[in-house]
Write a protein that binds this ligand. Structure first.
Ligand code: EAX
Length: 328
């Protein structure tokens, strides 16, 4: 056998061994969100996409699908991630308890003191464990991005104390802790996928809802009669970026590390842009005619919602809840 042929064969073999076993990358991965294009989920998602494409020299391409293009709500879109129809999803944790029950511990009212407390818990071992728990649902939890502290809006009038909102028909996420908390507070809550909320408010089926300022602003909820915004800050709503575990596991280790590292890096950026814009957005919507109730009697809401801690303590050990509440 001639030497060049042998050399060629050896070279081919070495090259074959050197190329990482690259997954069958889809031509372009799909990243979905439920919120309007200029909402911080999508600002963060675009930065994540740009960094991944830059750091892989375009080898990995990701396309963003905001505003419920890939499902009528976040629960349905996470089902899409499990089925492989969606590769990545940025979502509030509200409707995710059916996939990973432990995540609902974050949905207790008045669990977090402020943003510093949130970062301390979510960027520490408790947050890591909650992200890792998603693996049982074939979902890879990459990092906690942010939806924000949730506030009550309604079409009827200013709500300063819990007494002002008695009987108000409000939408909650499909979340048993939230539903119970608002019932305990004397409201009339209905769970609903996000894609149904705007029309339901326009039609008067519901009179209110609760969401962070960025969602109120990006979705223009004042156009759905939500003229009253009460800064209740009754729940902190995280927004993990989640990935199909099948796709993640199919990537070579260096790409897995890149996705994890980049998602964590973008978390700090995304939370900051969300927080930095809240006050200017409040002033802008007030200028447009929204009545912003800043001096909410939050203690009246906290007391009224307190029964949910006993109601769900069996599912979420009190020790875990106290570990979060007392984290310093
Ligand atoms: O994730 O369903 C909700 O109220 C969520 O906060 C919203 O879709 C953003």
């Amino acid at each position: 056998m001639k030497k060049p042929f042998v050399f060629g064969m050896v070279l081919m073999t070495l090259l074959a061994l050197a190329i990482p076993v690259s997954a069958e990358y889809k031509a372009t991965m799909k990243l979905a969100t439920a919120t309007a294009p200029d909402h911080p989920y999508n600002v963060g998602a675009q930065k994540f996409i740009d960094l991944i494409q830059e750091r892989t020299n375009g080898r990995i391409q990701i396309k963003l699908y905001p505003a419920l293009q890939l499902g009528k709500g976040e629960r349905e879109m996470l089902e899409g991630v499990q089925q492989g129809a969606i590769d990545l999803l940025v979502t509030s944790t509200g409707p995710l308890g059916g996939f990973s029950p432990s995540i609902n511990i974050l949905d207790f009212p008045f669990l977090f003191r402020d943003f510093d407390h949130v970062d301390l818990v979510l960027d520490g071992p408790i947050g890591r464990k909650l992200l890792d728990d998603f693996e049982k649902a074939n979902v890879k939890g990459l990092a906690f991005w942010e939806n924000g502290f949730r506030h009550l809006t309604n079409s009827k009038g200013p709500v300063k104390t819990v007494a002002d909102g008695q009987g108000l028909k409000i939408r909650t996420m499909e979340n048993k802790v939230h539903l119970s908390a608002w019932k305990a507070a004397g409201f009339n809550p209905t769970p609903m996928a996000w894609g149904e909320v705007f029309t339901a408010m326009q039609q008067g089926v519901i009179n209110g809802q609760e969401n962070p300022i960025a969602v109120y602003y990006a979705t223009k909820l004042w156009d759905a009669k939500q003229k009253y915004l009460s800064l209740t800050a009754h729940v902190y709503s995280p927004a993990p970026i989640l990935m199909s575990k099948k796709v993640f596991d199919g990537m070579p280790p260096e790409d897995q590390a890149l996705f994890s590292r980049t998602a964590l890096e973008v978390a700090k950026f995304q939370r900051k842009i969300n927080r930095d814009a809240e006050e200017s957005r409040l002033q802008e919507v007030a200028g447009r005619g929204t009545t912003v109730v800043r001096d909410v009697d939050r203690e009246s809401f906290r007391k009224a919602m307190a029964p949910v801690f006993d109601q769900f303590s069996g599912q979420f050990p009190k020790a875990d809840i106290e570990a979060i509440m007392n984290a310093k």
